[in-house]
Design a binder for this molecule. Structure first.
Ligand code: FES
Ligand SMILES: [Fe+2]
Length: 385
């Protein structure tokens, strides 16, 4: 595509109500130009999921992550606060950390400048006689980080609304799951040749479950939930957890604070743009789809259980049933996402139509178009930042 990619008329049919709408044009999933607009207009401005606070329980615990090409350090300091910093040295820019681990100081491998876990530059050997040099001016570059029930998000934009405002009524809707009482027990990455939207859209529709998952979790029937902020959900009624394969049983208790629909089924939720999570009676899991290019994504799978469940004597053996469920169902989704991507790469392809079983696919397409074409992401107006 040329510069016409931002021309609203190109999306007129995708903008129609679900019953009449066509799917997004194929270039939304394949073109570098559309992808670059998404990076600039969505990912550089929105709240991006990075992980769980309980993954860095002690001072000096850290992990690094990548958000649309920016390497970020997440590290807990001696006051217990978790910080996000650009992973670049304040001397001559060397990358400081990789992977995850524990450190007392972040020490640059090049000339040994050392930063405390709160970002302060505490040692700069050989810089004592440098004119006007004050260590206080060269701390690590801080990135805005806010949390929701232990889930951490970062944004590069000082004007983005606070996370709680961005999430809106999701905070109240999911409060009974007590995310803050959960522990992350699993993280696994899948490097896939597909556009990030394909994976999120797939996670938010049950239309594919009878075919793609016929030998694992089988057919699921979900109903769309109302929401008013930057998220959407579908609900699947069921007596018991859907985080194990049909036919398996589990001794893990239900979360005692659940009532009504949350006690009687599973919510599949997307926090736009790219954080999917499922909440069922005894646990939650997420799929964080990191965009790496128009046709490449890293899907990070994580799972959390209530602290009391993780402390059970039988946790390590019984949790295998849950991991087995994801080991079976996720590769099925991975395979179909890559197959859809190569199909969409065909220059002969044309938009299709959506079924009534895909309301959130349609909603997500509108959210993406609202922001890529219209720059609708809410900006705070209080002058802070
Ligand atoms: S680049 Fe980090 S100390 Fe020189
Ligand atoms: Fe699926």
């Amino acid at each position: 595509m040329t510069s016409t990619v931002l021309e609203p008329a190109l999306y007129a049919k995708a903008r129609l109500p679900l019953e009449q709408a066509e799917t997004l044009p194929r270039w939304c999933y394949t073109s570098q130009q559309f992808y670059d607009e998404e990076v600039g207009r969505i990912f550089r401005k929105t709240w991006n999921f990075v992980g769980r606070e309980d993954e860095v329980p002690s001072a000096g615990d850290f992990f690094t992550t990548d958000v649309v090409g920016e390497s970020i350090i997440i590290i807990r300091d001696r006051n217990g606060q978790v910080n996000a910093f650009a992973n670049t040295c304040r001397h001559r820019g060397t990358r400081l950390l990789s992977g995850s681990g524990h450190c007392r100081l972040i020490s640059c491998p090049y000339h040994a400048w050392a930063f405390a876990p709160n970002g302060e530059l505490v040692a700069a050997p050989g810089m004592e006689d440098v004119s006007g040099f004050d260590k206080a001016d060269y701390g690590l570059i801080r990135i805005r980080l806010e949390s929701w029930g232990g889930f951490m998000f970062v944004t590069f934009d000082p004007n983005t609304v606070p996370l709680s405002e961005y999430l809106g009524d999701a905070v109240e809707t999911f409060a009974p799951y007590r995310f803050e009482n959960m522990v992350c027990t699993r993280r696994k990455d899948y490097d896939l040749a597909c556009n990030w939207k394909l994976y999120v859209e797939n996670a938010m529709e049950d239309y594919h479950t009878a075919t793609v998952h016929r030998v694992s979790i089988g057919k699921q029937i979900c109903i769309r939930e109302p929401s008013t902020a930057n998220w959407d959900a579908i609900h699947m009624p069921s007596e018991k957890t859907c985080a194990i394969l049909p036919g398996e049983t589990t001794p893990f208790p239900h979360i005692p604070t659940l009532t009504g629909k949350s006690a009687g089924g599973t919510y599949f939720t997307v926090v736009y743009p790219n954080w999917f999570f499922a909440t069922t009676q005894d646990c939650m899991w997420w799929l964080y789809v990191q965009p790496k290019g128009p046709a490449r994504s890293v899907v990070n799978h994580g799972a959390c259980f209530p602290r009391e469940t993780v402390e059970r004597d039988d946790f390590k053996t019984e949790v295998r049933k849950y991991y087995q469920r994801w080991e079976k169902s996720l590769p099925e989704d991975n395979e179909i996402a890559e197959l859809q991507q190569v199909g969409l790469e065909s220059t002969l392809g044309r938009p299709g139509r959506l079924s009534p079983l895909e309301p959130v696919v349609h909603a997500m397409e509108q959210w993406v178009l609202d922001n890529v074409l219209g720059g609708k992401l809410a900006q705070r107006s209080d002058g802070r930042g």
